[in-house]
Write a protein that binds this ligand. Structure first.
Ligand code: ADP
Ligand code: MG
Ligand code: ZN
Length: 475
């Protein structure tokens, strides 16, 4: 396998967060009673006429602008004909040869290296319904999702590993969430990914035959499917066999991919311009207006955080990954002594909260005050973490909380020496281990001494006292 490299291009479908569907007034809300959010238009009943949702076009253009695409001044919607039970119209309205956006890129960083991933196109289309396969063997159709606006973001075959594919997806997701055009919840299907993968000899120029794995719904299944398919394809090539261009399914349970169907070509779909929808004209002023409306994007935040506050690239990118977190940090950092201490606190519990879609109620001033308490050694890291957890649930003055809960750091040498003595007394085995050269035992003793202060000790001082005592062979 070492002589081969993988070549990956991703097609990512992202549901747009418009109130109503792309061609009718039906609600796009997720999780409704099946078939309660449909009308003749989204079900494609004869005679029903679609009207394009302008917001969906705006959102698509915003996605294109944020990913450095060209925006087409003239675009159109096309019919893609195919029959599938989740598509009652028997055609999907999509865009074929005049997508709204094309020729963009996103930068990703993997293992400290920056790489640029080309974006071939971003087009607007409608989602299909959902099939529910029941255990008793039958299948139910829920058409609520028919006509929910989607963008499809097609990347160039520029990715070379599962890690890169994941980094690209995360970046794309962060940008779309910043724009506020989608929740990008993979578990709810508002972001879905198709992986196209081929292999070739390392250093080769020509692309190999690709297979496509459809609708992967977590970062983990994307990277696992990539590994499995790379192994399968290299195995075939090693045996002198050919790769068949086809659509494959990734099975979570077995961790393997299996053939689903031969891949269709574009001409199988009999694309033609949708006769019910007029072309889309985008005057320059309109595009300029949307460009001005874009928020500061993650890349720019990460760069500012590195430059202004000396954060590492990883810290900067992690904070910039969630818009609310970035904005909170940007507001709090100037108010505290050491912004890196604040970054460390926010990247723990804070990041988890944001990723779960819950906000942080604490004010920037209170977050800055918490970072300062830690920085000035008024509280230790354990207490800071605890208080950070509380500030994630309510806005309060961290000093008042520390007072109320008795979380001030213990700096009293006598008390700390007592804690060390107690730890040694109660852990003779760790002490013996340490004496016989097992350095790890010192960590156990440190933990025991810390516990003896209810976790409140000044860790620097406590370690110093412990080392002094251990260095004294009388003990
Ligand atoms: P289709 O609709 O047939 O899947 P698209 O143009 O929408 O075609 O998407 C093709 C995707 O496959 C793109 O992301 C592209 O980068 C990728 N791709 C094309 N050829 C290869 C190849 N030989 N190996 C890996 N990926 C490829
Ligand atoms: Mg495809
Ligand atoms: Zn409808």
């Amino acid at each position: 396998m070492t002589g081969y490299e993988m070549v990956i291009g991703l097609e990512v479908h992202i549901e747009l967060k418009t109130e109503t569907k792309i061609f009718c007034g039906c609600s796009t809300a997720f999780g409704g009673e099946p078939n309660t959010q449909c009308c003749p238009v989204c079900m494609g009943l004869p005679g029903a006429l679609p009207v394009l949702n302008e917001k969906a076009v705006d959102y698509t253009v915003m996605a294109g602008l944020a990913t450095h695409c060209q925006i087409a001044p003239l675009s159109k919607m096309d019919r893609k004909n195919y029959f599938y039970p989740d598509l009652p119209k028997a055609y999907q309205i999509s865009q074929y040869d005049l997508p709204l956006c094309s020729g963009g890129w996103l930068d990703i960083t993997v293992e400290g290296e920056k790489r640029r991933v080309g974006i071939t196109r971003i087009h607007l289309e409608e989602d299909a319904g959902k099939l529910v396969h029941r255990p008793q063997g039958d299948t139910l159709c829920d058409y609520n999702r028919c006509g929910v606006p989607l963008i499809e973001v097609v990347s160039e075959p520029d990715l070379r590993s599962g890690e890169e594919a994941k980094a690209y997806l995360q970046k794309l997701r962060a940008v779309m969430r910043y724009l506020g055009i989608s929740d990008c919840r993979m578990e709810e299907g508002s972001l879905r990914c198709d992986v196209n993968l081929s292999v070739r000899k390392k250093g080769g120029e020509a692309l190999g035959v690709r297979t496509e794995m459809k609708n992967l719904n977590s970062f983990q299944s994307v990277t696992r499917a990539i590994e499995a398919e790379f192994r399968r394809q290299t195995g075939l090539l090693e045996q002198g066999e050919a790769i068949v261009q086809e659509t494959r399914r990734f099975n979570q349970g077995s961790g393997k991919t299996s053939s689903l169907r031969r891949k269709e070509n574009a001409d199988d779909y009999r694309y033609f311009p949708d006769p019910d929808l007029p072309p889309i004209f985008l005057p320059e002023e309109k595009v300029a207006e949307l460009r001005v409306s874009l928020p500061t994007l993650p890349e720019e935040w990460a760069e500012t955080f590195r430059r202004e506050y000396g954060l590492s690239p990883q810290e900067g990118e992690a904070l910039a990954g969630e818009r609310e977190l970035a904005e909170l940090f940007a507001a709090a950092a100037p108010q505290c002594k050491n912004a890196r201490t604040l970054a460390g606190l926010l990247l723990g519990e804070g990041l988890r909260r944001m990723e779960e879609g819950r906000g942080i109620p604490a004010s920037p001033a209170h977050l800055a005050a918490l970072a300062d308490l830690l920085e000035r050694e008024k509280i230790n890291a354990g207490a800071a973490k605890k208080l950070m957890g509380e500030l994630c649930c309510r806005d309060a003055d961290p000093a008042a909380l520390a007072e109320e809960q008795g979380l001030w750091q213990q700096d009293d040498r006598t008390a700390l020496a007592e804690a060390v003595a107690k730890a040694l007394r109660e852990n003779p085995k760790s002490l013996a281990d340490y004496r016989s050269g097992r350095a790890k035992a010192a960590g156990q003793l440190m933990g025991a001494a810390m516990a003896a202060t209810k976790g409140l000790a000044n860790p620097r001082l406590l370690r110093q006292i412990l080392e002094e005592v251990l260095g004294n062979s009388e003990v």
